[in-house]
Write a protein that binds this ligand. Structure first.
Ligand code: NAP
Length: 245
């Protein structure tokens, strides 16, 4: 386990790919709060969902796997935050990730969102519930052409294999609510600190934005959990006991 180290923000201009979704809009707000100049990419039909920010950010409408859209959006950006969603059955996630990997500025910080089901090294230990969700709902989603979990897996495989300055943030189950603060994280699902499997979406977004300025997260795939959840609190208490023993 590690808590995220906060550094002074260095990046100035950032791009948020998938800015109009729930996670995306929280990220836009956190980014503006930190003084970043924000470029947001979202599907044409979703531009209105960014009305609250329209005077403060640049919006580039278009499919997030459209290479020309991404090329234009990430130009000159110090960091790119990407909401990876396995929606549809035409490789939307992998196409989005590939465009970002290909066109982001050399040395830019690239931060991608996904769920706990993504594994980097195969050392994650999954609950029967998560295994069942992936095993049952994965094929059904593909069958009805709603989504394809393997698409997100492929997107992350490409990111892991790239020589960019990437972080893949793996979200637990999410809930709405006021911020509780920066989530804590672990390298492997199954570690006791993550047991509560709950993070506020606003704090998932906070972790994504804070990662821009946290170089300790480069080439990590942190699995996150809310810092006020019982498992996180238990872990903090046991750390404290160990430190005073
Ligand atoms: N939901 C969870 O419980 C959960 C748990 C763990 C991790 N995560 C991760 O968190 C991230 C955000 O997920 P979220 O569930 O919270 O949803 P979200 O933030 O609302 O994001 C959904 C995204 O999907 C886009 N989208 C919707 N329909 C689409 C379509 N037909 N084709 C292409 N894009 C489409 C949305 O764009 P528009 O605004 O244009 O519709 C939006 O950018 C994802 O990376 C997900 O893997 C989610």
């Amino acid at each position: 386990m590690a808590t995220q180290t906060q550094h002074l923000a260095r990046a100035k201009k950032i791009c948020i790919v998938g800015a109009s979704g729930k996670l995306g809009r929280y990220m836009v707000q956190h980014a503006l709060d930190r003084g970043y100049e924000v470029v947001g990419v979202c599907r044409e039909q979703s531009v209105g969902k960014l009305d609250a920010f329209k005077d403060r950010i640049t919006i580039i409408p278009g499919a997030t796997d459209n290479r020309e859209v991404i090329k234009r959006a990430v130009a000159g950006c110090d960091a790119v935050l990407v909401v990876l969603v396995p929606l549809g059955v035409h490789g939307y996630s992998a196409g989005t990730a590939q465009a970002v990997l290909d066109y982001a500025e050399p040395g830019a910080r690239l931060i991608f969102s996904c769920g706990w089901h993504i594994t980097r090294d195969g050392q994650d230990v999954y609950s029967w519930r998560l295994k069942a969700i992936v095993a049952i709902f994965g094929p059904i989603a593909r069958l009805v052409r709603f989504g394809d979990i393997d698409d997100q897996v492929e997107a992350c495989r490409r990111v892991f294999a790239s020589n960019t300055r990437w972080t893949i943030v793996r979200g637990s189950d999410l809930e709405e609510g006021e911020s509780q603060g920066l989530p804590v994280w672990s390298r492997h699902v199954g570690d006791p600190i993550l047991q509560s499997n709950r993070t506020r979406r606003v704090d998932f977004a906070l972790f994504m934005v804070a990662a821009i300025a946290d170089d300790t997260l480069i080439h990590e795939a942190p699995a996150i959990v809310g810092c006020q959840t019982p498992s996180a609190i238990r872990h903090a208490a046991s750390d404290k006991r160990a430190a005073t023993a």
